[in-house]
Design a protein around this ligand. Sequence first.
Ligand SMILES: NC(=O)c1ccc[n+]([C@@H]2O[C@H](COP(=O)([O-])OP(=O)(O)OC[C@H]3O[C@@H](n4cnc5c(N)ncnc54)[C@H](OP(=O)(O)O)[C@@H]3O)[C@@H](O)[C@H]2O)c1
Length: 290
Amino acid sequence: MEVGFLGLGIMGKAMAMNLMRNGFKVTVWNRTLSKCDELVQHGASVGETPAAVVKKCKYTIVMLSDPPAACSVVFGKDGILEAVCSGKGYIDMSTVDADTSTKISEAVTSKGGQFLEAPVSGSKKPAEDGQLIILAAGDKGLYDEAIPIFDVLGKKSFFLGQVGNGAKMKLVVNMIMGSMMNALSEGLELTDKSGLDPHTLLDVLDLGAMANPMFKMKGPSMLKSSYHPAFPLKHQQKDMRLALALGDENAVSMPVAAAANEAFKKARGMGLADMDFSAVYEAVKVPKQP
Ligand SMILES: NC(=O)c1ccc[n+]([C@@H]2O[C@H](COP(=O)([O-])OP(=O)(O)OC[C@H]3O[C@@H](n4cnc5c(N)ncnc54)[C@H](OP(=O)(O)O)[C@@H]3O)[C@@H](O)[C@H]2O)c1
């Protein structure tokens, strides 16, 4: 099966590589074209523009940073709308809000194309290993056709109904994750400032009912102030912002998530936007007394 792939960031690159490893022919495009080089060395073709990729491929997968990025490849010059038509499937796996997804869906389907949103849960390593959790919604026929793709990219895919439902589910999941990361950061700092060893806290947590892979994986690197990005902090803050907007829409009070968002914003202000989201720990730390 030949697929197009737009967006070769941390996730997109890993996912496109995985598809090629599993026998898919992949045509890639990235705004910064040089990022295509490594994929080409592994057998990918390059499309000059998003429109060129859609023209060539029956299915095009997209993995871009945020709503403006997702819209720009659709509505911009040489964008998707210039090529999408009946018989083409467009699968947006970026994390965006339901309104953005709906706007893109309406534009694609108005040209006769099929649209599926399919944001993912899982970070760089699960993307490399084909262990993502896929939260799809939109055109059920396209979902069924895309199963061989999802089987390679993920360990489980959900079909959640109408467009927007996948986006909403993803935002809820990441809202919880962002709040958990803040709780862990505060716990580590409180342990440290109380004269206890934060490593021991991680051991205690790992043995009890709060044990989880995220604390186990991120905790030790946070204690080394090592924040090589798997999930960039700027994207986590975007997800908190979009989840809080969903809360506004539905009159759901979310004081924990709102406080977590403030900490991610503070971390961005400290220049940590491109670090891993666990770098929020630095924003939570009590400054050293002079
Ligand atoms: N990393 C994770 O752990 C993870 C997990 C689940 C979901 N996600 C979600 O997956 C998406 C991608 O995440 P990522 O970690 O791969 O991000 P990333 O490494 O920052 O990559 C972002 C991609 O978006 C492109 N882009 C940004 N603005 C653009 C624009 N205006 N027009 C065209 N392309 C644009 C970038 O192109 P350039 O190379 O030219 O900058 C790059 O290809 C995000 O929505 C994120 O929230 C990430």
